[in-house]
Design a protein around this ligand. Sequence first.
Ligand code: KG4
Ligand code: ZN
Length: 345
Amino acid sequence: MKILAIESSCDETSAAVVENGTKVLSNVIASQAKIHDKTGGVVPEVAAREHVNAIMPVIEKALSEAGIKLEKIDALAVTYGPGLGVALVIGTSVANMLSLVMQKPLIPVKHIYGHVYAPWLEAKKGVQFPIMSLSVSGGHNELFLMKGHHDFEVLCETADDAAGEAFDKVARLLGLGYPGGPLIEAAAKKGDSHAFVFPRASFSDGRLDFSFSGLKTAILYHLQKNKSKLKDKKFLADTAASFQIAVIDALTSRLFMMLDAHHEVKEVHLTGGVSANSALRGAIEHGLKIWNKQNDMKVIFRVPAQMAYCTDNAAMIGAAAYFQYQKSPEKYKEFRFVEPKASFA
Ligand code: KG4
Ligand code: ZN
């Protein structure tokens, strides 16, 4: 089954052709990062205008790179939310129109589930359930227990800000640019992660949700206190490294606590934009090696096969859509208008 998938929830316009949820025939991404770098973040109206300009050329390129005509596509898929309303409306409008005109099923996909399905793309070995899936992006953080396809139990979620958002905000405070994640990661490589101790938030009521707003504030105070050092490269690198390790500790501590409670898990997945971070990957890989040894287990660690599948892309939407369709194909037989949904709260 070949699916043409469309993603336009934030600042990437993307279209992909994915076969049976795993084989990527094309994955075209038009990024607006350079435009938003000038304003230090995404301006929704600017993002919307860029999506309008990019969407048709990106779809045409995805079809031509896959070597397939639109008539031969079996179904369409589109991210319908959450995300920027003005951006989502462009992807969903085009998908609705193509579905209606071409008489093809349209599969609406939640953006977060797209990220969760990124490890299925070009997966080397067959993916095995149950899976503990940590999805870390600019807009969300979730730790899911997946017992089967599209069977998600939320173990931990974002109480306030997502980790990627914290990376972006701290990068801005440090004067590094946008998007912050890769820039902080590069700066942190030259710094000492023990130079400063920043808070790892936890809740007094015992819940294990993620919280990064206190960490952001701590960095702000730290920079205000050390105003004279803001041009000192070593100070900035040490701050970036100490911030990054605080985020990594917060994420990995929850992951391993939950793994202790779920010995049935066969694989640990790390997805979302922040999964591109090599220090985070390294920390989980190392931690899992020790955990496996201590518990006499063989839990596998899996990340998306390519960096392009970590940050926003349409191929992951095509993967999630395929497995969603397989669960109940009859749902998609008749045309149903897909409405964009900015928030699920
Ligand atoms: O998944 P994504 O592309 O978009 C959302 O769904 O939010 O994630 C984007 C986020 C940004 O906040 C960006 O700073 C972060 O992922 N990111 C990284 C890295 N690459 C991207 N964070 C840490 N380290 C990276 N290498
Ligand atoms: Zn995303």
